[in-house]
Design a protein around this ligand. Sequence first.
Ligand code: ADP
Length: 345
Amino acid sequence: MRPVLELRGVARRYGSIRAVNGVTLTLGAGRITCLLGPSGCGKSTLLRLIAGLEPADDGEIHLGGRVLSAPAVHVKAEARDIGLVFQDYALFPHLTVRENVAFGLQSLAPPERTARVEAELARVRLDHRATAHPRSLSGGERQRVALARALAREPSVLLLDEPFSGLDGPLKADVRDAALAALRAAGSTVLIVTHDAEEAMLMADDLALMHRGAIVQTGSPRDCYLKPVSLLAAGLLGDLNALPARVAGGMAVTAFGAVAADHDGDVVMARPEALMLVDEGAPALVVESRFAGDHMALILEAGGVRARARAPLDQAPAVNQTVQVALDPDGCRLFSPESPSSSPA
Ligand code: ADP
């Protein structure tokens, strides 16, 4: 991975609030990085620091070989070569789609400017709406105009702040697919901020998990989901069960089955889908069994512990039935209280 943007120990305080608290992060060339974390964890603040909309209190930001931010250095936003798509898209209402995309390209010669604008409109499939005004566009179309306007400037890095949060269900998936295709076609280096775990995993080449101003894990979506470094990191990406465990003879034993253990620990993190219904395993009582679209959502109880599990629609056990359960090691991790950033189960 060739680094384009590098953050080292970046920090920003508001009074006593440490909104961004020593963030070190690298964006690879042509890669899509998603910054995922709950509301209030500091994502937007970090984006503003990268964009140069406000100064960092500490740390350094490098773009290519250039220092954008360091103690006593603050390159202004307009001189950073970084594009930012705001959550509300910030389109100019009095300008047409074409004029919105052309905005900011005044330094180009007219023929080149026209070619660039038309190419970007085609890329986001909006050529047929070029003369429309933003108010007559759907939410998804507006989002594509904002994207085209940002891409037209060919920034070294493009930042997207919650780009799909203003869109609803089915439309959202379509807009997301279209945006992803446009970003990939442009080969851009992108940082997307989101609080939606599924969206982050779907879009990211690289994922960065943020909590209380700090990055708690980086990696591929698969590694972050299946190999979380802590219960906290695991919880940021999806549902989990924290099963009390006892380590003996190289196994971490829980009420729902055992997984191999190469270190000490007292809790096994198990994704709901890692609790497998099997012919012979640990007996568990079905407390709840609810239809959840493409699967049945179960609550099981064993040894006084409750856990969420899943079953295929055609194998739904009934409430009060006893089932046999085993743990899929791929969806489990053993953690110990002393070393929360623990290794594999
Ligand atoms: P997120 O984008 O993850 O929701 P933010 O970056 O918006 O989080 O906010 C991080 C923390 O910093 C929050 O506690 C928020 O209230 C605080 N904060 C953000 N901007 C300001 C500001 N301009 N002044 C004071 N506090 C702020």
